[in-house]
Design a binder for this molecule. Structure first.
Ligand code: GAR
Length: 211
């Protein structure tokens, strides 16, 4: 590609992963940040970085699919090559996701396939896991369910709480997401019906040290 990768992001909340992506200074153009919540911190972060924003309210649409088509339509109109779900807390309609196969990634705070969905830190503690982590995966219609491309790991100690795990893991998320986006921007990581890294199919998720 003879121009920077065009990236759009969707976020429902505070936007710390978006902030990390912006701060990473990657050779990308962040063309749009969208949200299902007008009050999302992510929108303020984007606006202060001069990135166009859009917030659509799901209640203004008759069905989930209508909302998803509208929001993802805005992403397509912005000319995005890659869509990053950075704390976008909605299930996306399967027909809409299908159009983005291999072009959308999500970050999730667990070592997938463990703990899809919510309360991942609590579930990790309840299970007595000695290790926790975050995953970046290609998005499919299955919630937090697409092929995992990279993971960051932290050890779980006896004194850990939900809050301590969340804050330590967030530091790792802020390294992992830019690393994956950077690898897509450089062409090292790409999708040809499956994830390829340096031209080879991924046998297991990448680690931060692999980038
Ligand atoms: C992050 O921990 C991200 O992994 C998680 O939401 C948080 C968003 O934080 N995503 C999911 O749970 C997706 N299923 P942020 O708004 O500060 O980036």
């Amino acid at each position: 590609m003879d121009r920077p990768l065009r990236v759009a992001a969707l976020a429902s909340g505070r936007g710390s992963n978006l902030a990390a992506l912006i701060a990473a200074g990657l050779p990308i153009d962040i063309v749009l940040v969208g949200s299902d919540k007008a009050s999302a911190g992510a929108l303020a972060i984007a606006a202060s970085a001069g990135i166009p924003t859009v917030a659509l309210n799901p209640r203004d649409y008759a069905t989930r699919a209508d909302f998803d088509r509208a929001l993802f339509g805005r992403v397509a109109d912005a000319g995005a090559d890659l869509l990053v779900l950075a704390g976008f807390m909605r299930i996306i309609d399967a027909s809409v996701v299908a159009d983005w196969e291999g072009r959308a990634i999500n970050i999730h705070p667990s070592l997938l396939p463990k703990y899809r969905g919510l309360h991942t830190h609590r579930r990790c503690l309840e299970a007595g896991d000695t290790e926790h982590g975050a995953s970046v995966h290609f998005v499919t219609a299955e919630l937090d369910g697409g092929p995992v491309v990279a993971q960051a790991r932290i050890a779980v100690g006896p004194d850990d709480t939900e809050a301590s795990l969340a804050s330590r893991l967030l530091v790792e998320e802020h390294r992992l997401l830019p690393a994956v986006v950077g690898a897509i921007a450089s062409g090292r990581l790409r999708w040809e019906s499956r994830a390829l890294f340096d031209g080879l199919p991924l046998a297991s998720p990448l680690d931060i040290a692999d980038f």
